[in-house]
Design a protein around this ligand. Structure first.
Ligand code: NAD
Length: 526
């Protein structure tokens, strides 16, 4: 945090495409954050006792509101994040409503108490109860202002928790409006709006949320800040889910359909101008396809229309969301060009106002270029040539990051074979990013991309404590009398172990006889 931010009491919000001032958002102090957590803790008591029917109703109100007001919602996203209307709709509204639909269909099934076996303890029965944690803190980035807010909160909410969100300072304006959708939905069903709250500010507001002792943190953001959050979470032993950056590879096999492969790469890389954790930043093309791929990808990237999105369809790609991200992108590309990279498209920041950087394709990349290993989180496609399948897999795995990945091939067996060898949290065969859309799948990374998952059954149960209950199967209530220890207890326990866990019928029969013998001796020695 710099001294300017320290003195600030509000975040000035602007439209990144044209600099238009949108308004100020007040910054919450550490005391405000503590008070918000206390209110959430109180509100959660009633919410934890809500029925699944009530929870579904709240989630439905959120989804209904978004769909009924979709033009206004998209306009707000476009103004605060600079993206296109199409990306607001397909990249934000669709996954958000899809997640709500999934939670409403499967949430109860995955959260209700579950019977399990009782193993050796035949007189007992076991069950798992998924108990809400309490207050979940979500510290989130700026790339999908609606999606990051709503999709982060609905799973912990469905699991019976209160939620405090700390959105990115870069999209504070839209975030304030979007959280109100949830507040209204809660109030409609008779629950306190304090069940879901927002705290606004820079990184130190996120740090204050961790210090205020929430029961779990979902952190979605950069690897560097992820490390800071892990360190801070040690203070109260707060569990964390880490959804961090990526440098996702897309392997294009030599049998792939050229046009489909190029569109997969262009989509995977330039959707939301690469400001996508699962952007396909590294395109690894097998040698026989390489030249044709580069030529066609260059043609398409050079033809993309960039500018301010004023309505659906007036541009292909919009502005980047933050000037900082434009600077990062420019620096990485400039370094690569200076070290010998070839530019097939873009590669130069345009003159004029607005956070613009053009779709860029670089080839002839070498290991001394920072861009080869650093996440760009901007509109840059790096194209590498692989000699064969083995080489392509080795290149894909040559990264500290392992979020998602793609394989493009006509050969299904080959796709499965390559997918099983890529080191990442997910592999999408013949597409990009769709693993996130399938809510039945877990979403998360490996290596420095983080740990824990957001989606699917495990992502939902992550917002609960799986509480083990062992109850009587029959009304016998027999506690074993272990004391005083008898002279034959050790021998009978030994025979019992061998009877229960030994292998081979003969061995077990022998120990059954031993157990009977020891029991008779024990009876007579009393
Ligand atoms: P960031 O790490 O700069 O910020 C993320 C959030 O953390 C913001 O709300 C920020 O204010 C807050 N923060 C910053 N310092 C903090 C601190 N010390 N303590 C607590 N909170 C702090 O990330 P960003 O620039 O907003 O987002 C881009 C990054 O997020 C990229 O690396 C991208 O790959 C990653 N990302 C990952 C996923 C995923 O699901 N894996 C999804 C989207 C984005």
């Amino acid at each position: 945090m710099n001294s300017y931010q320290q003195a600030q009491t509000a975040i000035p919000c602007t439209n990144p495409a044209n600099g238009e001032y949108l308004g100020d958002v007040a910054i919450d102090t550490p005391d405000d954050v503590k008070a918000a957590v206390a209110r959430a803790r109180e509100a959660q008591k009633a919410w934890a006792n809500s029925t699944f029917k009530q929870r579904r109703a709240v989630l439905n109100h959120i989804s209904d509101y978004i769909l009924e007001n979709v033009d206004d919602v998209c306009e707000l996203i476009v103004k605060d994040a600079g993206k296109t209307y199409e990306n607001a709709l397909l990249g934000e509204v669709m996954p958000t409503c899809n997640k709500i639909k999934w939670l409403n269909k499967y949430g109860e099934k995955h959260l209700k108490s579950e019977k399990v076996g009782s193993g050796l303890l035949m007189h007992k029965k076991g069950r798992i109860e998924y108990v809400p944690l309490g207050v979940v803190g979500c510290i989130i980035p700026w790339n999908y202002p609606l999606q990051n807010i709503i999709s982060s909160l609905v799973a912990p909410l469905m699991a019976g928790n209160a939620v405090i969100l700390k959105p990115s300072e870069q999209v504070a304006f839209a975030s304030n409006k979007f959280v109100k959708i949830t507040n209204q939905a809660l109030e409609k069903e008779g629950f306190s709006k304090d069940t879901v709250q927002l705290v606004q500010g820079y990184g130190d507001t996120g740090a204050a949320l961790i210090s205020a002792r929430v029961d779990k943190i979902l952190f979605i953001g950069s690897v560097g800040n992820g490390r800071r959050i892990i360190q801070a979470s040690a203070e109260h032993i707060t569990p964390v889910v880490m959804e961090l950056g990526g440098k996702d590879p897309m392997i294009i096999c030599d049998d792939a359909h050229l046009e489909k492969a190029v569109h997969s790469a262009i989509g995977g890389c330039f959707i939301n101008l690469g400001q996508n954790c699962v952007a396909s930043e590294r395109i690894i093309v097998m040698a026989p396809m390489y030249d044709k791929f580069c030529q066609r990808a260059g043609e398409i990237a050079n033809s993309l229309r960039q500018g301010e999105a004023k309505r659906g369809g007036n541009v292909d790609v919009g502005a980047m969301t933050t000037p900082i991200q434009v600077d990062i992108t420019e620096k990485l590309v400039t370094d690569a060009i200076a070290k010998g990279a070839t530019v097939l498209a873009g590669g130069k920041r345009p003159e004029g106002n607005g956070c613009f950087y053009p779709p860029t394709i670089l080839t002839d990349l070498t290991d001394d270029m920072d861009i080869v290993t650093t996440e760009v989180f901007g509109p840059v496609m790096l194209v590498f040539k692989a000699n064969d399948e083995e080489h392509a897999i080795a290149m894909a795995n040559d990264s500290n990051l392992g979020l998602q990945s793609s394989v493009i091939t006509h050969d299904r067996a080959r796709g499965d074979r390559i997918a099983s060898r890529i080191e990442s949290g997910a592999v999408c065969i013949n597409d990009f990013g769709l693993c996130y859309v399938n809510q039945d799948l877990p979403f998360g990374g490996t290596k420095y991309s983080g740990y824990g998952v957001m989606n699917g059954r495990d992502g939902l149960r992550a917002y609960t404590t799986p509480k083990a209950i062992l109850a009587d199967r029959f009304p016998l209530e027999i506690p074993p009398a272990l004391f005083p220890v008898g002279s034959k207890d050790y021998d009978s326990a030994k025979a019992s172990m061998r009877l229960l866990f030994g292998r081979g019928i003969g061995y077990r029969l022998k120990n059954l006889m031993a157990l009977i013998g020891v029991s008779i001796m024990a009876k007579f020695s009393k």
